[in-house]
Design a protein around this ligand. Structure first.
Ligand code: NAI
Length: 327
């Protein structure tokens, strides 16, 4: 049987953690033949550490055959030791009356510390996914704080936006969500993201052709996908957790095991493709194979798409400028 791999998860006692850990331990992320050791990080606060103990008791009570070990940590320097996969979920949410600059600064401190810890102790091949918001900028900060690790090992989660878009398109066309190919979401995980179905097919047919309604695209589809997170908070009183955990599983599974030629969306440091400046942590269409992602090249960007991409890029470069003094 395979040697266990180490999976670190931060914010492990939070909402997303609770929807995520059991699925990692059951083999849904890395395969039903891959044993895992969970290295769980929470803040040192007694309440959080106690909650983490409770989650660990439940993990034990599942008796997962693939769960080869569970560790509780309060320090990233021990939590990330030799880790092969790191899911950075924990972050500080925006409190009441908190300014944007303050939010960036508080999270800046967290992700500088975690980036440095990954740099010092993680596997040199660690695959990092940042879920905690602002996800793209937090991933950028962690990447910049880990100069000894390849920049391409740092990614941000755009997959929830991708999955939300796929689901809206399946509903609109009356087709199966699993038949959608060549969909992508460009840019930031924020309402400025640009969900782009111009190249998408469903059961081999053009989605744009099937829908044939540009007004629906601009006035219904894009705002629905862009504001879905807020709609869920309004309905549930809590932010999306199970769907976010599901997207994290999808992102890591496809990265590790391959997307079999299918396009998926990942937030990755730009290599300059599509005029996105190098290192900006940007949602791109990618295919994945042998543990590596590759940006889908050569797509035509029309005037409306360029406008949307410019807007989400501007937001990201502003965020990046807002944290530059911390790095
Ligand atoms: P939550 O508040 O239920 O849990 C977060 C947990 O992280 C808490 O237990 C907290 O103690 C812990 N934490 C905070 N700072 C930490 C640190 N420095 N180290 C380790 N743990 C730390 O929040 P929830 O619902 O689980 O969401 C987590 C994050 O994911 C939020 O930032 C949220 O905005 C973001 N999110 C991102 C999505 C995406 O698509 N990228 C989608 C949904 C949520």
């Amino acid at each position: 049987s395979k040697k266990p791999v180490r999976v670190a998860v931060t914010g492990a006692a939070g909402q997303i953690g609770y929807a995520l850990l059991f699925r990692i331990a059951s083999g849904e992320m890395l395969g039903k033949d891959q044993p895992v050791i969970l290295q769980l990080l929470e803040i040192p606060d007694e309440k959080a550490q106690n909650a983490l103990k409770g989650v660990i008791m439940e993990l034990e009570d599942c008796a997962f055959p693939l769960l080869a070990g569970i560790e509780a940590h309060s320090d990233p320097m021990t939590a990330f030791k030799d880790t092969d996969y790191a899911l950075l979920v924990g972050s500080r949410p925006r409190g009441p009356g908190m300014e944007r600059a303050e939010l960036l600064a508080v999270n800046g401190a967290i992700f500088i510390g975690q980036g440095k810890a990954l740099n010092a102790v993680a596997s040199r091949n660690v695959k990092v996914l940042v879920v905690g918001n602002p996800a793209n900028t937090n991933a950028y900060i962690a990447m910049k704080s880990a100069p000894d690790l390849p920049a391409k090992n740092f990614t941000a989660m755009l997959r929830l936006d991708h999955n939300r878009a796929a689901s809206q398109l399946a509903a609109k066309t009356g087709m199966a969500v699993s038949d959608i190919e060549k969909l992508t979401v460009w840019g930031n995980h924020s309402p400025t993201m640009y969900a782009d179905y111009r190249f998408a097919t469903i059961g081999g047919e053009s989605v744009k052709g099937l829908i044939n309604d540009e007004t629906w695209n601009r006035e219904t589809f894009l705002p629905t996908v862009g504001k879905r997170g807020a709609a869920i908070i309004a309905a549930r009183g809590l932010s999306s957790a199970a769907s976010a955990a599901n997207a994290a599983i999808d992102h890591m599974r496809d990265w590790a095991l391959g997307s079999n030629g299918k396009w998926v969306t990942m937030g990755i440091p730009s290599d300059g493709s599509y005029g996105i400046p190098k290192d900006v942590m940007f949602g791109f269409p990618v295919t994945t194979e042998n543990g590596e992602y590759k940006i889908v090249q050569g797509l035509d960007i029309d005037a409306f798409s360029q406008e949307c991409i410019n807007k989400t890029l501007k937001e990201l470069t502003d965020e990046q400028a807002g944290v530059a003094h911390l790095l």
